[in-house]
Design a protein around this ligand. Structure first.
Ligand SMILES: [Zn+2]
Length: 350
């Protein structure tokens, strides 16, 4: 697909986001330091986490709720209207949908994803800090009790074993495996072990957690998500415009995908269940329509189609305006077999 005029301005905005993300991750990397966390009380940590959330939103919302989305929506809308005009000679009652409503719907959808991700990150970090602090503090008490009773005796015994060392050096030696944070002594080994365990489960300040529990680099996620925005907005727009203009079906684009999306390339789908019902009432003889999927079916299935970082677009393919024979052919050739899962696909490709 050739570059569009809008690509340039979107790319410029994207670069701004990525530059600010770099500064953001740098600013909050202290949250990934166990000792920094141990040295702070709950109120202080909560305040930092609030700032973390606010800063992250202030970087992402201008992109996902602002100008770039506007540019892409308007362009996708224009493209739809032109495509529809070119498609039918029957004169569909072309309704120029209010672009403000389109824009609001797109912005709402994107910003709610961004807000959810940000909120999730804040809450994962908070849980991590709470659990970690509680464990580290619980383990500190036996350590201190042991040292209060034993340290005097140990130093005397060690004077003979380690001649030439001052009491201060011996005492350092004795406590070399502890860390003192704000006057409290912690076992170094334990702090490290617990912190690593928590990071594995809850991630870092610069990661984002996927549904399968993987912690993915936040900056890579934002990078992919900003790239994904145009495709997502185009698809959302074409669905809404279709709905407003009574277009019932769309087609999945093809670019020779090598992942599990492949099975859906060129597939004609209903924009939603209501469109499927309407179609079957209008064309009761089109028996293949019964097994045709909807956009939602694609989103819900196990393949990568229309999910995060998928490059496929939904294109105009209003088969309701086709001649009987052409319509039947589309339906007959349409992929309808059960889609393969990512794992099945890899197995068959191996
Ligand atoms: Zn795809």
């Amino acid at each position: 697909m050739a570059d569009k005029a809008s690509d340039f301005s979107v790319r410029k905005e994207k670069k701004k986001v990525m530059d600010r993300m770099k500064r953001f991750t740098k600013k909050y990397e202290r949250l990934d330091d166990a000792l920094f966390v141990l040295a702070r009380n709950k109120t202080e940590l909560n305040r930092i986490l609030k700032a973390y959330e606010r800063d992250l939103l202030s970087i992402l919302l201008p992109f996902f709720g602002g100008r770039p989305v506007e540019i892409v929506t308007k362009e996708a809308h224009k493209e739809f209207i032109e495509g529809l005009k070119g498609l039918t000679t029957k004169g569909v009652g072309l309704r120029r949908q209010d672009v403000t409503a389109l824009l609001n719907a797109n912005k709402t959808s994107l910003t709610s994803t961004i807000k959810n991700i940000t909120r999730q990150n804040k809450s994962l970090l908070k849980t991590k800090f709470d659990l970690f602090s509680a464990l580290a503090n619980a383990a500190r008490q036996p350590l201190e009790a042991f040292e209060t009773v034993q340290s005097g005796a140990n130093i005397t015994a060690l004077r003979d074993v380690l001649p030439g060392l001052t009491d201060k050096q011996i005492s350092t030696f004795l406590t070399r495996d502890t860390i003192t944070v704000k006057g409290k002594k912690f076992s170094k080994q334990l702090v490290e072990r617990e912190w690593n365990r928590m990071v594995k489960t809850y991630g870092r300040s610069d990661t984002v957690q996927f549904r399968n529990g993987t912690n993915f680099p936040l900056r890579s996620y934002v990078d992919m998500k900003t790239n994904d925005m145009s495709r997502e907005v185009q698809n959302m727009t074409v669905i809404q415009d279709s709905s407003a203009n009574g277009v019932l079906t769309l087609k999945v684009s093809s670019h020779g995908a090598s992942d599990s999306c492949r099975v859906h390339e060129g597939e004609t789908v209903f924009i939603n269940e209501a469109a499927k019902t309407a179609y079957r009432q209008q064309f009761p003889k089109d028996k293949f329509a019964a097994r045709m999927r909807t956009v939602e079916d694609l989103k819900q299935n196990a393949t990568h189609i229309l999910k995060f970082n998928c490059k496929h677009r939904l294109l105009m393919n209003a088969i309701q305006f086709f001649a009987d024979k052409d319509r039947q052919k589309v339906l007959k050739d349409n992929p309808h077999e059960k889609p393969v899962t990512e794992t099945e696909f890899k197995k068959s490709a191996a």
